[in-house]
Design a protein around this ligand. Structure first.
Ligand SMILES: NC(=O)c1ccc[n+]([C@@H]2O[C@H](COP(=O)([O-])OP(=O)(O)OC[C@H]3O[C@@H](n4cnc5c(N)ncnc54)[C@H](O)[C@@H]3O)[C@@H](O)[C@H]2O)c1
Ligand SMILES: C[N+](C)(C)CC=O
Length: 510
């Protein structure tokens, strides 16, 4: 990946893979190792980046610790930190096309989706920029007129931020923006598969004059470059977005130093359709919910839970529409969805589908890579629908994280709720009905962090995002998303100090 060299603005781009950003300096990995990033749509080489190891991560942590302890960032008044975030948002909008192209090249995501992501990222920085300026403490009534008691919010400290490949910069922004708003310093470890927009973001922060050491980046694999962020005593909080098994490892590693842990994990999200739903909108959104970004979305509507009386007609229509979805690379204007991230991931998705069929599910469409020369060099997989599934089948239980939807049916509202909640996860779900009362009743009973009624997928920077159950711990976005990066401190002042008399002064008695 091209990069700028140390600190000054406007340096010429160089060709060395020095993509670690540590204490305001662009550096190669200590080992000298590099990784080639290839576009999953066609295998094209898009970047060569430094492959950080443990030693590099520890240097980055040390830089973030020194910067935090110096107060160079948290002593900046909160409204000024907020104003900085607003400048980040404006500059992201200026650089939108460059960032969107980099995101699409790393992930194979359609360029139109990457542009939308960049807009959402700018909106996230704007939201936390405004929120930072509105921060205030709280005066507490201590019930004693000679006591002044108040709550202040302080930055939690050094944050380790670990992010996945499916929305590389969006997931990082949901952490970077509140961390900076709160006054924290951080080390970001993006997915080793999609580091490019993280590198561009560090360049942007550097260009805007963020003090050295506040933002640090290590590009490299999780076990080496990521693990120190959860283990190291100098990291105060680790915020992770990714898969359930990695999340468990990170939580266990973080326990050794009792650091704060925030986990945004996977989902197996139910899309509940009642017979009285607007049929066309529900079918269209079921398609969108399951197959956008080839289903590589944590909140994908991978479980269609449909009322039995309309199930046959609904699924027939969904199959017809799914078979029609146009697949192609990120810059193919006719394409409606793209490839999976890697050969290994496609193999995992394919195995889930095969196992589902072996366990008795009926394959209604998809179940294989599309045929044709243009697909040969990419990791494509057809939109896939399985019906006649049983609760308990692995394809119904486990997150496939691909373009795979299973169909379950129900007869009563009670059964719909029970089926939708029958998962260890609890990230998101939707309810489709034109009965407002039923919509609210079901939404209230779904054990999921986001519930859409007659819609699928929207998220807002001002609304908390996160999971019930094993979908995670904590919340991103909204006021809670900022609070994750803060410690609440109670300051209690007695303005007329007095002897308590609790312990007698025995010396005085004698
Ligand atoms: N809840 C959400 O908001 C949300 C959003 C996006 C993605 N996700 C989830 O992310 C998953 C897909 O992403 P992925 O395949 O990149 O996940 P992953 O768990 O494989 O990797 C995520 C990140 O963790 C790093 N990592 C791996 N092992 C590590 C270790 N031992 N210590 C520290 N870091 C380590 C990886 O290098 C990567 O940066 C899916 O399960 C998806 O549902 C959740
Ligand atoms: C959180 N979200 C929906 C943007 C991406 C999940 O993979």
């Amino acid at each position: 990946m091209h990069h700028r060299s140390r600190t000054t603005q406007g340096d010429t781009l160089t060709d060395t893979a020095a993509t670690l950003f540590i204490d305001g300096s662009w550096e190669p990995a200590a080992s000298g190792a590099v990784r080639q990033i290839r576009n999953p749509a066609d295998g094209e080489l898009v970047a060569t980046v430094s492959e950080a190891g443990r030693e590099d991560a520890e240097r980055a942590i040390a830089a973030a610790r020194t910067a935090f302890d110096s107060g160079v960032w948290y002593s900046v008044p909160a409204p000024e930190r907020g104003a900085f975030l607003l400048r980040v948002a404006a500059e992201l909008r200026n650089r939108r096309e460059k960032f969107a192209r980099a995101e699409s090249l790393d992930t194979g995501k359609r360029i139109i989706e990457s542009r939308i992501d960049m807009d959402d990222i700018a909106a996230c920085f704007e939201y936390f920029g405004r929120l930072a300026g509105q921060q205030s403490g709280r005066v507490v009534d201590a019930g004693n007129p000679v006591v002044i008691s108040r709550i202040v919010h302080e930055p939690v400290g050094v944050c380790g931020l670990i992010t996945p490949w499916n929305y590389p910069l969006l997931q990082a922004a949901w952490k970077i923006a509140p961390a900076l708003a709160a006054g924290c310093t951080f080390v970001l470890k993006p997915s080793e598969l999609s580091p490019s927009t993280a590198i561009l973001t560090m360049q942007l922060l550097q260009d805007l004059g963020l003090p050295d050491g506040v933002a640090n980046l290590v590009t490299g694999p999780g076990a080496e470059a990521g693990a120190p962020l959860s283990e190291h005593p100098d990291v105060d909080l680790v915020s992770f977005t990714g898969g359930l098994e990695t999340g468990k490892r990170i939580a266990a590693a973080a326990a050794g130093t009792v650091k704060k842990v925030a986990l945004e994990l996977g989902g197996k999200n139910p899309n509940v359709v009642f017979a009285d739903a607007d049929f066309d909108s529900a079918v269209d959104n079921a398609l969108n919910g399951a197959f956008v970004h080839s289903g590589q979305v944590c909140s994908a509507g991978a479980r269609l839970v449909v009322e039995e009386s309309i199930a046959e007609r609904f699924v027939d229509e969904l199959v017809r529409r799914a078979q029609d979805i146009r697949i192609g690379g990120p810059f193919d204007e006719a394409a409606e969805t793209g490839p999976l991230i890697s050969a290994a991931h496609r193999e995992k998705v394919s195995t889930y589908v095969q196992r589902g069929v072996e366990e008795g599910a009926r394959l209604r469409c998809g179940g294989a890579a599309p045929e044709g020369e243009k697909y040969d060099a990419g990791f494509y997989y057809q939109p896939t629908i399985l019906d006649r599934v049983q609760r308990g089948m692995s394809v119904v239980v486990d997150e496939a994280f691909g373009p795979v939807v299973t169909v379950e049916t129900f007869r009563t509202e009670e059964e719909a709720v029970a089926t939708a909640n029958d998962t260890i996860y609890g990230l998101a779900g939707a309810v489709w009905t034109q009965d407002a009362g039923k919509a609210q009743r079901v939404a209230n009973r779904l054990r999921h962090g986001t519930v859409w009624i007659n819609d699928y997928h929207p998220y807002l920077p001002q609304a908390e995002w996160g999971g019930f159950g094993q979908s995670g711990v904590g919340r991103e976005l909204g006021p809670t998303g900022l609070a994750e990066y803060q410690e609440a401190k109670h300051i209690y002042q007695n303005i007329t100090p007095q002897v308590t008399g609790w312990f007698a002064d025995h010396g005085k008695e004698n």
